[in-house]
Design a protein around this ligand. Structure first.
Ligand code: C2E
Ligand code: CA
Ligand code: CA
Length: 550
């Protein structure tokens, strides 16, 4: 970087020369004779000038008038101005400061003082400019995440008497807007929403865009929901893209200011969860209940590794039954977490969390190994070989190690692939179908039996059947909502599925069989395999072994 440029504005030639002499070791200096010349020069070169030394008494636009003019022209306001005064008049100084001057020098000049002050001021301003740039989001010109954290912390610390709300603002279905209208239009929507937010919360609020369509704001309590609704409705009359725009607000009421801002932001985001996907509900406040759930979730995440190494995960077995012969034909392995402090935990409490953070792959591998080891033990004890099904989650399907892991286990415990059935849940079939088809084919080629789990819960299942090499359909009776009055309709759906299975030469098993009635319906339509509480609940290996013996 070359020398910085200083503009000297002074009608006195001697002063200009003197200043030039003092400054020119370290700076380039340009001199003009009055305020008007200065303005003209700045209109062209304002981006290059690092500071202005301004005399007050000049003909044609004096110092005060110059300050007044420059305040009308925003880019100039970024350049620090040092006012030179002959007789240090306090009133003049205050007036100039009020008009935006940065500092003062009194004549006669002291070279050292001038250089030092100039240097300080320039550094200060450049840092400030830099900080403003790194604290803002270039698309919307709102604060970015870093800027928001800095300013919001400051506001919270300085205004202890003000009650604040932290808002997380979400554009409903923004991904879809991006997809269908293109990213450029997506950007337009983001800018549009940032305009709305500025209008809604203006001066007293801090508004930021963190990433994508996640906006955060710190606003004084309370907010006027009706006003917000009306304003948004107003704006929506002139939408930037032809797409129904809807904005939801997650609200966190700040009480304890010692909680890290990032955490509070997360909570405001979490507040959105209950209204996600709900029509015409725009506001939702973070509650103690959500907090408890979150804490439990954090606890689960912090202890999951230890739980595996301490063998707190226990595999339960639920028998699968042949209805006609009335005998066990297999079992499903279902994991439980026996927590040293919280006791028995159902998979519903932790599997969704593990699916989110990826830990499910590790847990599944652990379960598969335990099932293989147990199967080996039962075979060695002379029990009839019955296949045990394990659950394979979506994450596993997309892992490149899936097939290697499974085949390695089979050979480690000297089993046959047919000893293990793989239950792949139906929703996995509806995502990234090509890869899934590919993986399932390979598994099938390796001799594993594939069961399509939770059949009937989605709509893509029927097409899937012709492409993915499935061996068994696992029909979820719970999805058919047994309590509904529409049992006739349910029965015809069941019949249809049974017919399709027969047509495609697939085996069929019904799960969730709870009552004699359920069983009768199954017999009626010709499904003769079942799993459910009617026969037995999931049980530990010891109990299951007893059952095998009897
Ligand atoms: P799923 O694979 O659909 O397993 C069947 C669930 O239905 C089990 O719940 C089982 O206990 C329950 N069930 C069985 N018969 C009946 C019945 O007659 N009535 C009722 N109401 N329920 C019945 P569970 O054990 O709580 O497991 C819940 C889900 O957690 C499983 O659903 C499965 O998706 C997942 N899961 C369990 N263990 C594992 C595992 O090791 N790995 C993975 N990836 N997922 C697992
Ligand atoms: Ca299952
Ligand atoms: Ca199931």
């Amino acid at each position: 970087m070359g020398k910085r440029l200083i503009l000297v504005v002074d009608d006195n030639k001697i002063n200009r020369t003197l200043l030039t002499r003092i400054l020119s070791h370290e700076y380039r200096v340009y001199g003009v004779e009055n305020g008007l010349q200065a303005l003209e020069y700045l209109k062209e070169y304002c981006g290059e000038v690092s500071a202005i030394l301004l005399d007050l008494n000049m003909p044609i636009l004096n110092g005060y008038e110059f300050l007044e003019e420059r305040n009308k022209y925003l880019p100039l306001c970024n350049i620090p101005i040092i006012v030179q005064t002959t007789h240090s008049g306090l009133d003049a100084e205050i007036a100039c400061l009020e008009m935006g001057a940065t500092d003062f020098l009194t004549k006669p000049y002291s070279p050292k003082v001038i250089l030092r002050r100039l240097k300080n001021i320039i550094m200060l301003r450049e840092n400030e400019n830099f900080i403003t740039a790194v604290q803002h989001d270039s698309l919307t010109n709102l604060l970015n995440k870093e800027g928001f954290y800095v300013k919001a912390s400051k506001a919270l610390n300085e205004n202890l008497d003000t009650k604040y709300l932290l808002l997380c603002i979400d554009i409903v279905q923004f991904k879809v807007i991006n997809q269908f209208a293109g990213y450029q239009n997506g950007d337009k929507v983001l800018i549009f929403v940032s305009e709305i937010l500025k209008e809604l919360f203006n001066e007293n609020a801090l508004i930021a865009r963190f990433t994508g369509d996640r906006f955060q704001a710190l606003v004084p309590y309370p907010i006027d929901e009706q006003y917000i609704d009306d304003t948004i409705a107003d704006y929506k009359r002139n939408p930037p893209v032809d797409f129904p725009l809807s904005i939801q607000f997650g609200i966190y009421e700040i009480q304890d200011r010692s909680i890290p801002l990032a955490t509070m932001c997360d909570w405001s985001k979490m507040a959105l969860t209950p209204i996600k996907g709900r029509y015409k509900i725009y506001f939702s406040t973070f509650t103690e209940d959500m907090n408890k759930r979150l804490q439990k979730e954090q606890l689960i995440v912090s202890q999951m590794d230890e739980a595996v190494s301490q063998e707190q995960f226990i595999v339960y077995y639920q028998p699968k039954w042949d209805i006609c012969k009335n005998e066990i034909i297999g079992a499903e392995a279902l994991v439980r977490w026996i927590h040293p402090k919280y006791g028995f935990m159902s998979p519903g409490d932790f599997i969704p969390i593990f699916e989110k953070n990826g830990f499910i792959s590790k847990l599944d591998l652990y379960v598969w190994e335990e099932v293989c080891r147990q199967t080996r033990e039962w075979l060695d004890k002379g029990f009839k070989a019955i296949p045990i099904s394990v659950n394979v989650s979506r994450n596993d399907i997309y892992s490149k190690d899936l097939i290697d892991n499974l085949t390695a286990l089979i050979s480690k415990y000297k089993l046959d692939a047919s000893n293990i059935h793989l239950e792949i849940t139906e929703t996995a079939y509806s995502q990234s179908q090509e890869q899934l088809t590919d993986v399932v084919k390979q598994l099938s080629d390796n001799g594993f039996v594939i069961e399509m789990d939770d059949f009937g819960s989605g709509y893509s299942s029927l097409n899937m059947l012709s492409e993915v090499p499935v061996d068994i359909i696992k029909l979820d009776l719970l999805f058919l909502n047994k309590k509904s009055a529409d049992s006739k309709n349910n029965k015809s759906i069941l019949k249809l599925i049974v017919n399709i299975a027969r047509e495609l030469n697939l085996d069929l098993i019904a799960e969730g069989v709870e009552t004699e009635d359920d069983l009768e319906s199954l017999k009626e339509i010709g499904c003769n395999k079942a799993q459910g509480y009617y026969y037995a609940k999931p049980m530990n290996a010891k109990d299951f072994e007893k059952m095998l013996k009897s």
